[in-house]
Design a protein around this ligand. Structure first.
Ligand code: ADP
Ligand code: MG
Length: 610
């Protein structure tokens, strides 16, 4: 094969959306996998060491590069994929900017081995900080292999900025999945620190989804298929009963490229209208095929955002085709409140007398100040598209309003502790959601789910800080099979999850045997709690950028707390209220949502014109 890479003329290069594309190991993984696909490979492997911080290697069996091309590929604006500005409107490859390899070579030690079909020998190039250290012939098979070592070795500030291994490996797996899901005609494998994480054979789109997300996914999928002049939609949505509490597996691909688009996401969510409750999210894997001249990929350097000529029509087509698919499969509305985890507030043992509530109140505490490490309201990220519909942020205005109101009312008066001491034993549950209690100068309404989340959050934070949680051994150890990516995350977080109180060991590639659970959890819903914990962890990580410990404590509290809708008996309410007031910060959740609302007696009297 002759040389094909050319340097783009400045006039074209200047029209390309500029910007840094290598922010973390996962960005390099994405660029290398995409290059391997563009090279026509049908077998691609990814080898990772130390979450990509020491090694990222991608091997493919594509068409390889000639000696000249191999050398040229590291130059800025060197590409074989476009030649003129016109080509920008007819892009059929993943790459076109000719910048990825140049950017990677500038900040890492790179070893390239490549060979084209009709040559006996290939080329090896070693390049470090953009400087070619060696170039020689090598004996290798057809295709290309890039080994990226010590990313950011020469930019310490960037290297220090990298997150912990569990977080970086999560990003890598996300990128790997985004590429692998939609290219079912290519075999993909991934190894992390010598362990096989994925081994995906060639197959259909459905087989690929099941290969990545586990055998049980198969029964959850409803096929979607619609051909129109504007767009062809092909793929799957999850049945409503398998909807998730957090937005998990939601994938749009446009011409086989993963994209993020809040507007189109809304179209799918909308098609599930009335089939899901407000806090449930469907999974979807939808491939859109659109004429390349009707989209613009060149608006963002990482190419995960694209512009459509006719976005509104596409919205309508997606919404209708998903609705139709759900209709055809006779999926009737099911609002399954039973899916909630039910978990009991520890009951008093028989014979134990009810103790008067003991209350610790920190007089210096100002409920309107956010504590270090907790989430300030301003954390709301406007650049993060996902946060548009993020339930954490959804109610921000509500929270601000609430806090402002409270400030005006000076509800938490200086004699607050006195008040609590005098709280009566009357506890009433309202709407299976709130606990009502009376004070001398008014009343308190406590949100039961949030209260329990706060209690557990503080307990789990302590366990993580002290490096030990209280474990209760299971009478019957439970074996749980996870998806490959969750299994990997579980391995990376093993120490911390042990510290939360889980005791487990690895059985097979993706299965674990759970021997002990946190005492607070008893023997209920171990599988669901662990799955929810990992799901919540991923969500908090990507959308809220929380620190590892805080994230784990929040996620664990969220996944194991009692929920709204659960009827509590008097003792359970009492325990809940006592434990809440023993917390360091009983008034709000780490995300600033209120736990307690108080009704002032003076205000009440005023309303009755006393
Ligand atoms: P782009 O993909 O935008 O063209 P890159 O910097 O990623 O830019 O790659 C530069 C060029 O190197 C590509 O256009 C391609 O010709 C060549 N190249 C990169 N990776 C491979 C590969 N795995 N196999 C064959 N050629 C490759
Ligand atoms: Mg590229």
């Amino acid at each position: 094969m002759s040389d094909i890479i050319q340097l783009l003329p400045d006039a074209v290069a200047n029209q390309i959306a500029a910007g840094e594309v290598i922010q973390r190991p996962a960005s390099a993984v994405k660029e290398l996998l995409e290059n391997a696909i563009d090279a026509g490979s049908d077998n691609i492997s990814l080898v990772i060491k130390d979450a990509g911080k020491t090694l990222i290697q991608v091997n493919d069996n594509g068409f390889g590069m000639s000696e000249t091309d191999a050398r040229l590929s590291f130059e800025r604006h060197a590409t074989s994929k476009i030649k003129s500005a016109d080509d920008l409107f007819n892009i059929n490859t993943k790459g076109f900017r000719g910048e990825a390899l140049a950017s990677i070579a500038a900040i890492a030690q790179v070893e390239l081995k490549t060979k084209v079909e009709d040559h006996d020998l290939g080329t090896q190039i070693n390049i470090e900080g953009s400087e070619v250290k060696a170039q020689e012939v090598c004996n290798c098979s057809k295709g290309t292999s890039f080994a990226i070592k010590n990313l950011f070795y020469n930019v310490p500030a960037r290297r220090n900025f990298l997150k912990s291994n569990p977080v970086e490996i999560r990003h890598i797996i996300d990128e790997f999945q985004r590429v692998a899901i939609v290219h079912a005609d290519i075999a993909f494998s991934m190894y992390n620190n010598g362990n096989e994480v994925f081994n995906l054979k060639k197959g259909t789109f459905r087989q690929r989804i099941v290969g990545i997300f586990g055998d049980k996914t198969n029964q959850k999928l409803v096929p979607v298929s619609e051909n129109t002049d504007i767009v062809n939609v092909e793929g799957f949505v999850s049945k409503p009963e398998f909807a998730k509490k957090t937005r998990g597996e939601q994938y749009f691909f446009v011409n086989n490229r993963f994209i993020k688009n809040a507007y189109l996401n809304h179209a799918v969510q909308n098609a599930f209208d009335q089939l899901l409750s407000k806090d449930q999210f469907p999974s979807y894997f939808l491939k859109l095929a659109i004429d390349t001249s009707k989209i613009d990929i060149n608006i963002h350097p990482t190419k995960t955002e694209i512009k459509f000529e006719d976005e509104r029509a596409i919205y309508a087509i997606i919404r209708t085709s998903v609705k139709q698919a759900l209709g055809q499969h006779n999926i009737s509305p099911t609002l399954d409140f039973e899916q909630e985890l039910s978990f009991n507030v520890p009951l008093l043992k028989s014979g134990e007398s009810v103790k008067a509530p003991t209350i610790k109140v920190n007089k210096d505490y100002n409920p309107f100040e956010t504590k270090t490490g907790s989430l300030p309201l301003s954390k709301k990220s406007t650049e993060n598209w996902e946060s548009l519909y993020d339930s954490f942020n959804q109610d921000t205005s509500e929270i601000i309003e609430h806090v402002e109101k409270k400030k005006e009312q000076h509800v938490f008066s200086p004699d607050w502790d006195n008040e609590i001491e005098n709280k009566t034993q009357t506890l009433i549950q309202l709407h299976s959601k709130y606990v009502f209690t009376q004070l001398k100068s008014g009343s308190l309404i406590i949100d039961q789910q949030r209260a329990h989340e706060r209690i557990l959050f503080e307990q789990y934070t302590k366990s993580l800080e002290q490096g030990k949680g209280s474990t209760q051994q299971l009478l019957f150890p439970e074996t749980i099979d996870f998806t490959s990516s969750d299994a990997e995350l579980l391995k990376e977080l093993k120490i911390e999850i042990n510290n939360l109180g889980f005791d487990f060991s690895k059985m097979g590639k993706t299965s674990f045997v759970i021997i002990g659970v946190p005492v607070e959890l008893k023997e209920q819903n171990v599988k669901k709690t662990l799955e929810n914990l990992l799901e919540q962890f991923k969500l908090n990580e990507s959308e809220l950028k929380l620190k590892k410990h805080e994230n784990l404590a929040i996620s664990m509290a969220r996944s194991s707390s009692i929920k709204s809708g659960k009827t509590l008996n008097e003792e359970e309410m009492k325990t809940l209220v006592d434990q809440l007031f023993a917390c360091e910060m009983p008034y709000s959740l780490p995300n600033a949502k209120p736990i307690i609302i108080s009704l002032n007696l003076d205000d009440l009297n005023q309303q009755f014109n006393y």
